[in-house]
Design a protein around this ligand. Structure first.
Ligand code: MUC
Ligand code: MG
Length: 386
C-alpha cells in the first residue's frame, strides 16, 4: 500500500511554493481627524500584500502605518520598497507552509522592517489556510475565543465631541471601553479634557489613556496619580520607549495606575527586558511590532511567563490587518484587556468584500479559511496610490 500521506505532502509542498508577491500602497480616508502625540491623520496608509502560490491560491496581508514614519520608523513608501527589493525575492520558491523558515529567510534579507515582514507572513498564513481549507488560527494552535471585546479610541482632541462620539458608540452597543489619545497638548490641558470625559461617562464606560511617549518621568510622576483619581484604569507608554527604567520607577510609585507597554516592546528580547525591569503590568501586542503572527505569539509567551497581562493592540488596520490580529489573538490562553481593533470603523471604506462584524461590544473572528476575509480588487484599485 503506497504511503499516500507522503505523496499528498510532496504535492502540497511543490504546489504551495511562493510564486509571486505583489505590494500596493493604498490611502483610505478616516471619518474624522485622529490626533496622537507625535502625529495627526485624516487618512490611513497601508501596503497591501498579495502572495500567489504555485497552486494559484492568493493570500493577503497588510502593513499599517500611522502618519508616515512617525509612530515607528516604517513608512508605506519604505515598506513597499523593501518588500519589492529584498523581502519578496527572499521567499520566491520557498515552501509557504514552512512559516518559521520563511521568517528566518526574511530576517536574513533585512533587519527589522517588522511591519513589512508581518504583512508577508500574514499572507503566507492566509494562502496556506485557504489551500488547506482551515482558519489561520488553526495553524497557530487552535481557537480559544471567536470574539474579542473591542475598545474605541477618542482622538479628536475636543472633549465635547469626544463625549458625543462615546455616547453614540455606547448606544449602538459597539464599545464601552474608550482609549483617549493624550500628549499632543500640555499635560494640564489633557487632564482637564480627561476630567470632562470621566465625569460624563462615569459608571457607564471604562477609560484608558495612551500618552504615546510624550511625557518625561517628572511629568508622569506628577500626573499618573491624578489619572488614577479620575478612574483611568490603564496608562499606555507614558515615557519614551528607551526609558524602561523610568517606567519601572513610575510603576513602583504609590498611586500609579497599571502601565501598558507599547513602543518599548517590539520583539521578545524587549519583552524580557521590560519584564525583568518590572516596567509594565500589560503589553500591547501588534503585528507591526512583532514582525508576524509567530513573533506576536513569542512576545505573548514571554509576557505570560512573567505574569504580564496581554492587550490586543492595533495601528488602525483595515479588516485585512484586523482579521490577521484576531487570528493571532484567537489562540491566546488569556487576553485580559481585550483589543482595540476599531480600525475598520474609523475608515470611510474597507478593502475587503465583507468587513469584520462588530456587535455586543465585541469584534468577531471571521469564519472561513485563511484570514476569513477576501480582498476587494475594485477597492484596491480605487484607493491605490497612483
Ligand atoms: C498606539 O500607539 O496605540 C492604537 C490606537 C490608536 O489610535 O493609535 C494606535 C497606536
Ligand atoms: Mg500605543
Amino acid at each position: 500500500m503506497p504511503d499516500t500521506t507522503l505523496t499528498i505532502a510532496a504535492d502540497l509542498r511543490r504546489d504551495t511554493a511562493v510564486a509571486e508577491i505583489r505590494s500596493t500602497i493604498v490611502d483610505v480616508p478616516t471619518v474624522r481627524g485622529h490626533k496622537l502625540s507625535q502625529t495627526s491623520i485624516t487618512a490611513q496608509s497601508y501596503v497591501v500584500v498579495e502572495l500567489m502560490l504555485a497552486n494559484g491560491v492568493t493570500g493577503i496581508g497588510e502593513a499599517a502605518t500611522l502618519g508616515g514614519p512617525r509612530w515607528s520608523e516604517e513608512s508605506v513608501e519604505a515598506i513597499k520598497a523593501n518588500i519589492d527589493a529584498y523581502l519578496a525575492p527572499s521567499l520566491i520558491g520557498h515552501a509557504s507552509d514552512r512559516f518559521e523558515a520563511a521568517a528566518a529567510r526574511m530576517d536574513a534579507a533585512a533587519k527589522r522592517n517588522n511591519a513589512a515582514k508581518a504583512a508577508i507572513e500574514t499572507a503566507l498564513f492566509d494562502a496556506v489556510g485557504k489551500t488547506l481549507g482551515v482558519p489561520a488560527a488553526l495553524l497557530l494552535g487552535g481557537i480559544v475565543r471567536d470574539r474579542v471585546p473591542v475598545l474605541w479610541t477618542l482622538a479628536s482632541g475636543d472633549s465635547a465631541q469626544e463625549v458625543e462620539e462615546a455616547e453614540r458608540k455606547l448606544a449602538a452597543r459597539l464599545h464601552d471601553t474608550f482609549k483617549v489619545k493624550i500628549g499632543a497638548q500640555s499635560a494640564e490641558a489633557d487632564l482637564a479634557r480627561l476630567r470632562h470625559l470621566s465625569r460624563a461617562l462615569e459608571g457607564r464606560a471604562r477609560l484608558i489613556v495612551d500618552v504615546n511617549q510624550a511625557w518625561d518621568e517628572a511629568v508622569s510622576a506628577r500626573c499618573l496619580p491624578a489619572l488614577a483619581d479620575m478612574g483611568i484604569v490603564l496608562v499606555e507608554q507614558p515615557v519614551p520607549a528607551w526609558n524602561v527604567a523610568a517606567m519601572a520607577r513610575l510603576r513602583a510609585r504609590p498611586g500609579t495606575p497599571p502601565l501598558l507597554a507599547d513602543e518599548c516592546v517590539f520583539d521578545a528580547h524587549d519583552m524580557l527586558a521590560v519584564a525583568q525591569a518590572g516596567a509594565a503590568d500589560a503589553v500591547s501586542l501588534k503585528l507591526v511590532k512583532h514582525a508576524g503572527l509567530l513573533g506576536l505569539h513569542k512576545v505573548a509567551a514571554v509576557a505570560e511567563a512573567a505574569g504580564i497581562a496581554l492587550y490586543g493592540g492595533c495601528l488602525l488596520e483595515s479588516s485585512i490587518g484586523a482579521a490577521a490580529h484576531l487570528h493571532a489573538f484567537a489562540g491566546l490562553r488569556e487576553l485580559a484587556w481585550g483589543c482595540e481593533h476599531f480600525g475598520p470603523q474609523i475608515l470611510t471604506d474597507d478593502l475587503v468584500t465583507e468587513p469584520l462584524r462588530f456587535a455586543d461590544f465585541h469584534v468577531h473572528l471571521p469564519s472561513g479559511p485563511g484570514l476569513g476575509v477576501q480582498l476587494d480588487q475594485q477597492k484596491l484599485r480605487r484607493y491605490a496610490r497612483q
